[in-house]
Design a protein around this ligand. Structure first.
Ligand code: G
Ligand code: G
Ligand code: MN
Ligand code: NA
Length: 253
C-alpha cells in the first residue's frame, strides 16, 4: 500500500496523536502557551514525520480532514486542561495553505470552538508568510478570524519574502522568528543582528515576538537582552504528550 492510502486510513484507525511544545517566558520560565504538533504512528511505517506526510496530505486534499482533527483535538485538550483547573493558556495550531484557502475554514473553526466550549482567546492560528501573498484573501480571512476572537501568529518569520511593513497591514498578533536565525546566535554574528532587528521592528508594530528553536542559555540570554521574552525550543522542552504537559502546568499552580 502506498503512503497516500495509508494516510487515508490513518484517521479512522486513530493513528494520529498530538504533541505539545511549551512556549515560555525566558526569564521566569513560566509556560505562557503551547504549540500543537501532529505525530503519526503508523503500524506499518512506524513514526512518520509531519514534514514528510503533511505535504502529501496537502497534495491529496487529505489535509482537510487531518487539519480538522488537529483543530478539534487541540481545542478539546486545551479545554480539558482548563476544566482540570490548570492555568489557562493559549494553544497554537499550524494551518496549512489548503486550509487557509478553504472557503469554509472560519465556519469550521467557529463550530469547533462551540463544540468544545473553548473560549476563542485560547486558540492561536499559525500561518506562514507565503499564505498572505494574496492580500485580499488574507485580509478577509484574518479579519474574520479576529472577529471570532482567535489570535494569529506568523510562523517561520524571515524565511519568506514578506516585509514587516507588509505584515503590519494585516491584523496579526504574533510573530515567530524562524529557528534558522535563532540557532547559533551569538553576540558577533549576523544572525544576532537579524534577530535584534526583527525584535525591534516587531515591538514598533505592537506584535508579540516569539523566538523559536532556542537551544542554549546564550541564545536565551541574548534574546532577553534584545527584548524578546517569549521563547520556544528544546532548551525548555521538546514536543511532549498531553500528560507531560499536565504535570508541568500543575507545577506552576
Ligand atoms: O514537529 P516537527 O518539527 O517534526 O514538525 C515538522 C513540520 O510539520 C513543521 O513545519 C510543522 O509546522 C509541521 N506541522 C506539525 N504539525 C502540524 C499540523 O498539525 N498541521 C500542519 N499544517 N503542519 C504541522
Ligand atoms: O514550522 P514550525 O515552526 O511549526 O515547526 C516547528 C518544528 O520545530 C517542530 O517540528 C519542532 O519539533 C521543531 N523544534 C522545536 N524546537 C526546536 C529546537 O529547539 N531545535 C530544533 N532543531 N527543532 C525544534
Ligand atoms: Mn509552527
Ligand atoms: Na516555525
Amino acid at each position: 500500500m502506498d503512503i497516500e492510502s495509508r494516510l487515508r486510513k490513518a484517521i479512522e484507525r486513530k493513528e494520529f496523536l498530538l504533541h505539545f511544545q511549551p512556549i515560555l517566558n525566558g526569564r521566569d520560565r513560566i509556560i505562557t502557551g503551547l504549540e500543537c504538533l501532529i505525530r503519526w504512528q503508523s503500524p506499518e511505517l512506524g513514526r512518520v514525520s509531519p514534514a514528510e506526510f503533511i505535504p502529501i496530505a496537502e497534495e491529496t486534499g487529505l489535509i482537510h480532514s487531518i487539519g480538522e482533527w488537529v483543530l478539534l483535538e487541540a481545542c478539546r485538550q486545551n479545554k480539558r486542561w482548563q476544566n482540570e483547573g490548570l492555568p489557562k493558556i493559549p494553544i497554537a495550531v499550524n494551518l496549512s495553505t489548503q486550509q487557509f484557502n478553504d472557503g469554509k475554514i472560519i465556519e469550521r473553526i467557529e463550530n469547533i470552538l462551540n463544540e468544545t466550549g473553548l473560549a476563542a482567546e485560547y486558540l492561536v492560528i499559525e500561518i506562514t508568510e507565503s499564505m498572505t501573498m494574496n492580500k485580499h484573501h488574507a485580509l478577509t480571512l484574518l479579519r474574520n478570524l479576529k472577529k471570532l476572537g482567535v489570535s494569529i501568529a506568523i510562523d517561520d518569520f524571515g524565511t519568506g519574502y514578506s516585509s514587516l511593513s507588509y505584515l503590519s497591514e494585516l491584523p496579526i498578533d504574533k510573530l515567530k522568528i524562524d529557528q534558522s536565525f535563532v540557532k547559533g546566535m551569538d553576540l558577533h554574528n549576523v544572525n544576532a543582528s537579524i534577530v535584534n532587528t526583527i525584535i525591534t521592528m516587531a515591538e514598533n508594530l505592537n506584535l508579540q515576538v516569539i523566538a523559536e528553536g532556542v537551544e542554549t542559555e546564550e541564545e536565551c540570554r541574548l534574546l532577553l537582552q534584545y527584548g524578546c521574552m517569549t521563547m520556544q525550543g528544546y532548551m525548555f522542552g521538546h514536543p511532549m504528550e498531553s500528560g507531560a504537559v499536565s504535570e508541568l502546568l500543575a507545577l506552576e499552580q
